[in-house]
Design a protein. Structure first.
Length: 468
């Protein structure tokens, strides 16, 4: 964070100072975790669902915080070095908005039901081939993460790629009022967080809020192959660039092919190669190309950036674990992303067997059973050799896969992780390709860890051979 004075911070959030010795002290960092407070920080007390930061104000001051931002109604043991506000969460957004407006960087907002993080990171990688900029760290995409992302901007940044997520209508509108994006990216619209949204129509309304927030001087890049995305394009008052494989897009990918860990395609006379697993990454790549071209990058610069792309951990990350190829796609799952993962298995050539370890897809509301049955049908159509279905919906997925043609001997229904690991032990052979995917709360990364641990244990048991 670029240093600011306490006076500027207090003015930005309309706070009331209590017991501050000086208003001119410089603040170089905002901390929301009292355990990480360092000398000179401002500690921002957030009341969360599991804990309340106000309990740790005294600890933060003891560790060297120059001030603590607190709710004015909070009961505290100390009455010094405080900045009181009506709501610390809203105040964090106010400060981030003020801070963002101190810079001239091009701010790009990225949202969508699937592919936000990969698209954000690919845009950052491509733009970074020529410009200096930043992206949201990890999955900082909600009402706390977005402000904290903006606070990482600095004067030398020429762009910032900010990820925006939503769990209800109005969330992206609120976040956009903090971010003030000049470029908007919409990756997909599909069934995700339906426990909260209740319907696809509400998902569409929420994602369209980003487009409505864009200034007339900006532009939007949309997945033109997604019919639902096209339906909300009219919400943008700025130019819209549609990208995809369909011929009526503004930017059309041709000669698209996958090559065991690479995506290759052409746009007009330019060729692009991206080190990713799966054809579904075409939207992210084309989004990066569209933005790069709009800010006068050459196709050669863009292509060089795409070749440098490295997947975010847990998102279609290709690993070599002992004798197996493992696609770690464990971060999350939805019907759309599960289908994309299955297609990536279908496209892979030259392996022994293709094994899918599929965990439950969560937060699908009343339609959860239907979506899991559809997944089983889709798996059966994509040439997966063996399926390990894990979770409370495993029976529905495997049952549907059997109904649509998969051999019962190639299906495993596992309600617990130990059973799933035992089944993998029986099925695994050298040269297999294993794709592991499920919703965040299914903790699917445990299976990646298990495979690594199994290889490590086998290597330790091998006899030491004398070298002559």
């Amino acid at each position: 964070m670029q240093p600011v004075s306490l006076r500027e911070l207090i003015a930005a959030i309309d706070g009331t100072p209590v017991g501050l010795a000086s208003m001119e002290e410089r603040v170089e960092r905002i901390a929301t975790d009292s355990r990480r407070v360092q000398t000179g920080d401002v500690f921002w007390a957030i009341a969360g669902p599991n804990d309340d930061g106000h309990r740790y104000v005294q600890q933060a001051l003891h560790q060297g915080a120059v001030a603590c931002v607190v709710d004015q109604d909070a009961e505290l043991a100390v009455r010094e070095k405080l900045v009181c506000v009506e709501d610390t969460v809203l105040a964090l957004g106010d400060f981030a908005e003020w801070y963002r407006n101190q810079f001239d960087a091009l701010v790009i907002g990225v949202t969508g039901s699937v592919g936000k993080t990969t698209t954000r990171h690919m845009v950052h990688t491509v733009l970074g081939a020529r410009f200096v900029g930043m992206e949201s760290p990890q999955n900082f995409n909600n009402h706390l993460g977005v402000p904290l992302s903006l606070l990482q901007m600095s004067p030398d940044h020429e762009y910032a790629v900010i990820e925006l997520a939503a769990s209800q209508v109005g969330d992206i509108e609120d976040l956009s009022s903090i971010v003030h994006p000049e470029v908007g990216v919409l990756t997909t619209i599909g069934p995700a967080h339906l426990d909260e949204f209740k319907s696809i129509e509400n998902v569409m309304r929420a994602k369209a809020e980003l487009l409505a927030a864009l200034p007339a001087s900006g532009f939007a890049v949309l997945n033109g192959d997604d019919d639902l995305v096209r339906q909300v394009a009219s919400h943008a008052a700025c130019p819209v660039i549609l990208v995809g494989e369909k011929a009526d897009n503004d930017l059309v990918a041709q000669w698209v092919r996958t090559d065991n860990g690479w995506l290759r395609f052409c746009i007009e006379s330019s060729e692009f190669d991206v080190p990713v697993v799966g054809r579904h990454h075409i939207t992210a790549a084309m989004t990066a190309i569209a933005i790069g071209r709009q800010i006068d990058m050459s196709d050669e610069e863009i292509a060089a950036g795409l070749r440098m792309f490295e997947p975010v951990r847990g998102r279609s990350e290709l690993l070599r674990v002992g004798p197996w190829f493992v696609v770690d796609d464990t971060y999350n799952a939805s019907p759309l992303s599960m289908q994309a993962a299955c297609r990536s298995l279908q496209d892979w050539q030259g392996v022994n067997k293709k094994i899918l370890v599929a965990g439950d897809m969560l937060s699908l509301g009343a339609e959860a059973a239907g979506y899991h049955k559809q997944l089983g049908q889709f798996i059966a159509s994509t040439g997966v050799n063996q399926l390990v279905a894990f979770g409370t919906q495993a029976g529905l997925v495997a049952g549907s896969a059997k109904e649509h043609g998969m051999d019962a001997g190639c299906l495993g229904v596992c309600s617990d992780a130990e059973t799933a690991r035992m089944l993998l032990d029986c099925w695994l052979e050298p040269g297999d390709l294993i794709l592991i995917k499920g919703s965040r709360n299914m903790q699917m990364e445990q299976f990646v860890d298990y495979l690594k641990q199994r290889v490590a244990a086998e290597q330790e048991q091998q006899p030491v051979r004398r070298v002559a």
